[in-house]
Design a protein around this ligand. Structure first.
Ligand SMILES: C[C@H](N)C(=O)N[C@@H](Cc1c[nH]cn1)C(=O)O
Ligand SMILES: [Zn+2]
Ligand SMILES: [Zn+2]
Length: 479
């Protein structure tokens, strides 16, 4: 059942309103990983809740307790639950999304202030942190509600919402809420849910919409090396003492090689090699080495054939080094020996890997390699956060509905992809509610999520809003 023409027309006619809505959201710097922005994450929760309420959604702001971040005890942002429609004759769809964002500073290399939506009318791009990940898609659902309320047409399905403000920092507290709501059955906020839809990833390229049936998990580590009681003068102490930064760089260099092979014994080995049949699946996707190099902004692909490059992201684990806290990074040439430095790295996980079976291998290896350095400094290992990988059955009516919706809006058959990123609670929804979960992305592969100059193309925002609405009509139409 295609969406009514008046809905599609309304979306086109109200693109300015929808862009203004996105502009308001981008202006709230809801960075979950920075204690200084915690109030902003709360502000963003209130903004979203009021938007939902104004279109007739019954909402509940659920406190999730406290947690420790950067040594500070902080209140976790609330989860925003919502429901609209309770017609037993209709299917019930649960929508998940997140309203927190990754950090962003103009000094990172942004061309425009990251927390101001900047339009480039020549290219149709809407720049700003969170435009694609994940404020644009979340507001896409709000736009669908707005259109139905304004047109006074009933939604084709009952909707339930679960929006969180900690996705970029490990989704703390949300698993427990989902499990406890699921246990309440019909009485809970997720009672009667038939399927889940998440719009929080990206097309593989810039031209072909996709449906996503897998996500990598993640395990995130902070390794701290300390020794001196304070920063030291390298002219005074150089070659007299063990230097924490030297130890850390040596240790981090033992984690991964230049070709992306993970050097921690047992980690890569946990994953089965692909069959020829599986390789062919990756070969059939609309992708090229040029796509990865264009979206990365450099000719740096690890392989020359597209199947290998795609498998690197979709069905292999990867280890990335993210940063060193405590190191000197300012302008000029400060001759300092930093007293305490912390290296941050994460491993993206694929089945059968989980933080539980990978973390002991990482800790054992780090300790053994540090011992080999014979340093008198001290190593401390912290596991910051983690999430399991997820793979879904894409031969399901939920995916069929999304496929028909994509054909209607984009006149294209969507690619079927596995995403290299992680959304920790996806598997929790699948296991706790025992229903099919679909990832239906709005943005393109070159949106630059987590990067500088993150953007969402206006056409993806507007056609994406139509896609989300049309998907609901196709779910209602059934198999
Ligand atoms: C795919 C999703 N939009 C996303 O960006 N997820 C993050 C989740 C995360 C985990 N640790 C920190 N953030 C990601 O994959 O990095
Ligand atoms: Zn996201
Ligand atoms: Zn993200």
């Amino acid at each position: 059942m295609p969406a009514p023409a008046q809905f599609l027309k309304f979306v086109d006619a109200h693109e300015e309103d929808f862009i203004q809505r996105l502009a308001k959201a981008v202006e709230i710097p809801s960075v979950s990983g920075d204690p200084a922005h915690r109030e902003d994450v709360f502000r963003m929760a209130s903004f979203l809740e009021s938007q939902l309420k104004s279109y007739g959604v019954e909402t509940k702001s659920v406190p999730l307790g406290t947690h420790k971040l950067e040594g500070k005890e902080l209140q976790l942002p609330p989860a925003i639950l919502g429901r609209i429609g309770n017609d037993k004759g209709k299917k019930t769809v649960l929508i998940y999304g997140h309203f927190d964002v990754q950090p962003a500073e103009l000094s990172d290399g942004w061309s425009h202030p990251p927390f101001k939506l900047t339009r480039d009318d020549a290219t149709g791009r809407l720049y700003g942190r969170g435009s694609s990940d994940d404020k644009g898609p979340v507001l896409g659902w709000v736009n669908v509600l707005h259109a139905h309320k304004a047109l006074n047409i009933p939604l084709p399905v009952n909707l339930r919402f679960c929006f969180e403000g900690m996705e970029e920092t490990g989704s703390e507290g949300l698993d427990e809420l989902i499990i406890s709501e699921a246990q309440k059955g019909e009485q809970g906020w997720f009672g009667g849910v038939d399927c889940v839809c998440i719009s929080d990833n990206y097309w593989l390229n810039t031209r072909t919409p996709c449906l996503t049936y897998g996500l990598r998990g993640i395990t995130y580590f902070k390794v701290m090396i300390s020794g001196p009681a304070k920063d030291l003068h390298s002219g005074v102490f150089g070659r007299m003492v063990h230097e924490p930064m030297t130890d850390l760089v040596l240790l981090m260099s033992k984690l991964v090689d230049v070709n992306g092979n993970i050097l921690i014994p047992g980690v890569d080995e946990m994953v089965q090699s692909p069959t020829e049949e599986e390789r062919a699946l990756y070969d059939s996707l609309d992708y090229s080495i040029q796509d990865v190099e264009e979206s990365a902004g450099g000719k740096i692909a690890l392989a020359t054939d597209k199947a290998s490059v795609l498998m690197g992201r979709m069905r292999s684990p990867s280890l990335s080094l993210h940063g060193i806290e405590g190191a000197f990074y300012g302008a000029g040439g400060k001759t300092v020996i930093p007293a305490k430095v912390s290296g941050k790295f994460s491993i993206r996980l694929v089945p059968p890997q989980t933080p539980d079976n990978v973390n002991p291998l990482v800790v054992k290896y780090l300790n053994a390699e540090f011992k080999k350095l014979n340093s008198k400094n001290t190593l401390t290992i912290e596991e910051l956060h983690g999430g399991k990988p997820w793979v879904e059955d894409h031969n399901h009516w939920n995916y069929e509905a999304a496929k028909r919706a994509t054909l209607e809006i984009y006149k294209q058959t969507p690619d079927l992809t596995r995403e290299g990123g992680s959304i920790p609670v996806t598997l929790t929804f699948a296991e706790a509610l025992r229903v099919n979960v679909l990832l239906l992305p709005m943005g393109r592969g070159d949106d630059g999520a987590h990067s500088t100059n993150e953007k969402l193309d206006k056409s993806n925002y507007i056609e994406g809003t139509k896609l989300l609405g049309t998907y609901l009509y196709e779910v209602a139409a059934g198999q």
